[in-house]
Ligand binder design. Structure first.
Ligand SMILES: *Cc1c(COP(=O)(O)O)cnc(C)c1O
Length: 381
C-alpha cells in the first residue's frame, strides 16, 4: 500500500541530498575530529562548515552554535545550564503550560532542586498573555523559556514582544524553535532571541542530532563532563555524519524557505477549508492567523481519536492524535486541555502536519477517507 505521510511534526524523512552528503563520513572520512592527521582534520572542517550553515539559517554567528544529541538535549542543556549557572542570582524561571515535554519536564526536574517555575496559561488559540508574562517577572527571575511554535496546534507566539520584555528586565530568553526552524523565517539578531533549540529530524535531517544557539556573552554550565568538544560544553566525540546532515538540511531549508512555506500553507489551507465544509461540527484548534504553515489540528465531536487513527492507518494514512510523545497514554494532551478543550474533545482530535513531499492529490485522498471514516465512527459512537 502507498503510504501517505501527514505526520511531519513528529518527524520528517531524511532528504536524499542530506543522506548523500552524510555517507562518506561513515566509512571514508571517518577520522576523529580531535585527531591531528588529515582525515581527522577533514572531519573537523566538515563540522565547522556545518556550523556555519546552521548559524546562517537563523542569522547567528557560527561560534554561537553547539551541536547536541537532539532537540530535547538542547532544551535540557540550556535550561539546566542557565539555572545552575545563575542559582546564586535567582531561582525563578518562567515558561508556558503548552511547552514540549523536553522543556516542561526539565522545569519540573529543576523544581525538585529548589527552583521555582511559573507556567503561563494560554488563550483558546494557544497564545501566552504578555501582561501575565510581565506580571510574573520577579527580582530573582533568571530565565524565560517560551516555545516559538507549538508542536500540536501550530500556534506561533509573539516572539519579538516576548524578547523585548525579557531584554527590558535583563532576563535571558530561550525559545524551543524545533517546529519553527526550516518552516518559517527566524532571525535571532532581529528578533532578540538569546538562546534557541532546534532538531535535525524535524527539518529533513536525521534523528539524534540537534543544535543549540546561545548568544555570545551568555554563560551556562556545561551539560556533559568529559573531553573538550563543543567549546567544553558538551563532551563526547562529535556525531560527524549527522552534523554534516544537519548542516546540509539547514542550507537547503534556507535556500527553499519561501517556496517551502508557501507549499505547506497551500496544502494546509486547502485541507482546513475542505474539512470545515465537509465534516459537520469540526473544530479547528489553534490560531487561524499565526499558525505553522504545515500544521492543522481538528477536534471531531463524537469521534474516538484513536479509532480514527487506526482507520486512517488501514488506508495507509499517517497522522497523529496529538504529540507522538502522548499517544499511547490515555491522558488527554496537556496542550489541548490548556487551550480549554474538555477531555472528550481532546480525545477526538487529529493533527495533520504537512511536509515537502505532500501533494494536493495526497490531501484529496486524505479528505475523502477522513470524511468516510468520521461518518462511520459517528454511527458507532
Ligand atoms: C520534537 C520536538 C522536540 C524534541 O526534539 P527531539 O530531537 O525529538 O528530542 C522538542 N520540542 C519540540 C517543540 C518538538 O516538536
Amino acid at each position: 500500500m502507498v503510504i501517505r505521510y501527514f505526520d511531519n511534526a513528529a518527524t520528517t524523512k531524511v532528504k536524499k541530498e542530506v543522506l548523500e552528503e552524510m555517507l562518506p563520513y561513515f566509512n571514508e572520512k571517518y577520522g576523529n575530529p580531535s585527531s591531528l592527521y588529515s582525515i581527522g582534520r577533514a572531519s573537523k572542517k566538515a563540522i565547522e562548515e556545518a556550523r556555519k550553515k546552521v548559524a546562517s539559517l537563523i542569522n547567528a554567528n557560527p561560534n554561537e552554535i553547539y551541536f547536541t544529541g537532539c532537540g530535547s538535549e538542547s532544551d535540557n542543556m540550556i535550561i539546566k545550564g542557565i539555572a545552575h549557572k545563575e542559582r546564586k542570582k535567582g531561582k525563578h524561571i518562567i515558561t508556558s503550560q503548552i511547552e514540549h515535554p523536553a522543556v516542561l519536564h526539565t522545569c519540573q526536574a529543576l523544581e525538585k532542586e529548589g527552583f521555582e517555575v511559573t507556567y503561563l496559561k494560554v488563550s483558546k488559540e494557544g497564545f501566552i498573555n504578555l501582561e501575565e508574562l510581565r506580571n510574573s517577572i520577579r527580582n530573582d527571575t533568571i530565565l524565560i523559556s517560551i516555545m516559538f511554535a507549538n508542536n500540536e496546534i501550530g500556534t506561533i507566539q509573539p516572539i519579538e514582544m516576548i524578547s523585548k520584555i525579557a531584554r527590558m528586565h535583563n532576563i535571558v530568553f530561550h525559545t524551543d524553535a524545533v517546529q519553527a526552524c526550516g518552516n518559517i523565517p527566524i532571525d535571532v539578531k532581529r528578533m532578540g532571541i538569546d538562546c534557541l533549540s532546534l532538531s535535525g529530524h524535524k527539518l529533513y535531517a536525521p534523528k539524534g542530532i540537534g543544535a543549540l544557539y546561545v548568544r555570545n556573552g551568555i554563560e551556562f554550565e556545561k551539560f556533559m563532563d568529559g573531553g573538550h568538544q563543543e567549546k567544553n560544553k558538551r563532551a563526547g566525540t562529535e556525531n560527524v555524519a549527522s552534523i554534516v546532515g544537519l548542516g546540509k538540511a539547514c542550507e537547503l531549508a534556507q535556500m527553499n524557505l519561501k517556496n517551502h512555506q508557501m507549499h505547506l500553507e497551500e496544502l494546509r489551507d486547502y485541507f482546513i477549508k475542505e474539512v470545515e465544509e465537509k465534516i459537520d461540527g469540526a473544530i479547528l484548534n489553534g490560531s487561524i492567523k499565526n499558525r505553522l504553515p504545515g500544521n492543522s489540528n481538528f477536534s471531531f465531536p463524537m469521534v474516538d481519536g484513536e479509532a480514527l487513527l487506526l482507520n486512517l492507518d488501514a488506508k495507509g494514512i499517517c497522522a497523529s492524535a496529538g504529540s507522538a510523545c502522548t499517544s499511547g497514554s490515555s491522558k488527554p494532551s496537556h496542550v489541548l486541555t490548556s487551550i480549554g478543550l474538555p477531555d472528550d474533545l481532546a480525545h477526538s482530535s487529529l493533527r495533520v502536519s504537512f511536509g515537502e513531499d505532500n501533494t494536493k492529490e495526497d490531501v484529496d485522498y486524505l479528505i475523502e477517507n477522513l470524511c468516510e471514516i468520521v461518518q462511520r465512527l459517528r454511527k458507532q459512537y
